[in-house]
Design a protein around this ligand. Structure first.
Ligand code: 5AD
Ligand code: SF4
Length: 449
């Protein structure tokens, strides 16, 4: 069977889609482009209204093909699948499988049964009590770890119920994975040549603090993974400020392969808004975490998520967000207009901020962020960096070959190296020579390794 996966949303979805592709390839299925696929899989995101609407238009585009050929079908996974469930079968008759975040473990079997005609429609929407282990499906899909970077799930779900967020409803309660399983997967990946691992979870700092916990904290898990011989880079995401332990902050100064970057969603800079968001920290606490991180690792690069136009956000509240963004000096941020989601507490909060006001605030915030980003990147000119090569740069100047990779803090660095060998997955030492708006240019100073 030929399949195609389209992915929306977070890194957890990207990782889930990669796993699904490997699991299907292990069954002899083949990836194809959209027009050649018999099975069209959409892995969805419902964190805001926009990505949810995109899912419907994606599926709508598939209608013409499904009308011509009754053997082709679609499958919908991820958060919108969990939220809308069997409603997809009614709205799009060619959708034959819906699977939620826990259902993905059995999705390959379900797809096979449908493709063989053993079943017509399947819904995998139940939440499991414990973390649903998947077979690792390693050894196939040879391209997957070519760049020698991998994601490893350490937990599912979230218990925080921030008042704007649909995730606890679509991904269920927090379930930590057994640390032995996490370590076994990480060791296997490093043995297979992976040199950079990102540990993934909705709120990694509360790892182990649920029924699946066995007394191993996130700080301990980090140390154990960091000690795997041959692992050059370790990252993790996402962190909730209220749960970040002092030991995790200190780890940035102690674990040499823990990368000097942290994504720490702040969401808002006003205490009143943070309170109504149910974030359970205030400006002071956030700033003290930032101080601790910078003490542990002065060169740490901080990034964040921000929401503007949360119900009741005043101009003064918003200005406090601007002020915090400046004070912390985030190297970059993802910022969004608040979007009402079904079932969340903030749906009933008022007054709602006028869309035009929210748009203006978002613009102001993004302009400020762009200025700060430019300054941060400029400060790096003249500094050395180690680039893990991901591929050739999109832009080539015709004079030489340009490669693109990431430095230890996840910044994109382009550099010239006129070499015909494939250096994807190599580390290349460079000196930063120029800062672009969102990326860096470097000059190679040593041999790839
Ligand atoms: N509206 C706007 N942004 C949201 N996010 C989560 N829920 C909403 C919502 N209802 C943002 C948060 C989160 C990121 C993944 O998406 O900033 O950190
Ligand atoms: Fe959503 Fe808050 Fe959980 Fe993050 S911590 S997934 S924002 S509920």
């Amino acid at each position: 069977m030929k399949f195609h996966i389209t992915t929306f949303g977070c890194q957890m979805n990207v990782h889930d889609s990669q796993w699904l592709a490997r699991a299907l390839e292990a069954r002899g299925w083949e990836q194809a482009d959209e027009s050649g696929a018999q099975v069209y899989i959409v892995n969805t995101c419902s964190v805001r209204d926009k990505p949810e609407q995109k899912v419907y238009s994606e599926l709508g585009r598939f209608a013409a093909r499904a009308a011509k050929d009754s053997t082709v079908f679609a499958a919908v996974g991820g958060c919108v699948a969990q939220q809308v469930g069997e409603g997809f079968f009614k709205r799009f008759p060619y959708v034959r499988l819906v699977f939620g975040t826990d259902g993905i473990a059995t999705a390959p079997d379900a797809l096979e049964r449908i493709a063989e005609g053993a079943e017509d429609r399947i819904a995998l929407l139940d939440f499991d009590e414990i973390y649903p282990e998947r077979d690792m499906a390693t050894g196939t899909c040879s391209d997957l770890h070519k760049n020698r970077q991998a994601f490893v799930n350490i937990m599912q779900g979230c218990d925080n119920f921030c008042t704007y967020c649909i995730v606890p409803f679509t991904r269920g309660r927090q379930k930590s994975r057994h640390p032995d399983q996490v370590l076994a997967e990480c060791r296997g990946l490093v043995r297979a040549g992976v040199r950079e691992i990102t540990l993934l979870g909705q709120n990694v700092n509360s790892f182990g603090q649920d029924k699946g916990g066995v007394g191993v904290t996130f700080a301990e898990l980090l140390r154990m993974v960091a000690e795997i011989p041959g692992l050059d880079r370790l990252r993790f995401t996402t962190s909730h400020p209220k749960d970040i332990a002092p030991e995790v902050i200190e780890a940035f100064g102690k674990l040499s392969n823990l990368c000097p970057s942290l994504h720490l969603p702040m969401q808002a800079g006003s205490d009143a808004v943070l309170k109504r968001m149910g974030r359970k920290y205030d400006r002071r606490r956030y700033l003290s975490i930032v101080d601790g991180l910078r003490q542990a690792r002065p060169d740490i690069s901080l990034t964040t998520d921000l929401i503007v136009g949360f119900p009741g956000e005043t101009e003064e509240d918003f200005e406090q967000t601007l002020e915090m963004v400046e004070r912390v000096g985030f190297e970059s941020s993802f910022s969004f207009k608040y979007s009402d989601r079904p079932g969340v507490a903030a749906l009933k909060f008022s007054p709602k901020v006028e869309p035009e006001v929210a748009t203006k605030r978002l613009d102001r915030l993004q302009k400020l962020q762009n200025d700060i980003t430019r300054k941060c990147l400029k400060n790096l000119v003249g500094r050395p960096a180690e680039v893990l090569v991901e591929g050739k740069s999109r832009r080539q100047d015709g004079l030489g070959i340009f490669w693109r990779g990431r430095d230890a803090s996840w910044r994109v660095v382009n550099f010239r190296y006129d070499c015909d060998d494939d250096i994807v997955g190599s580390m290349v030492p460079v000196t930063i020579t120029e800062a672009k708006n969102h990326s860096l240019i470097g000059e190679r100073t040593g041999e790839p390794w």
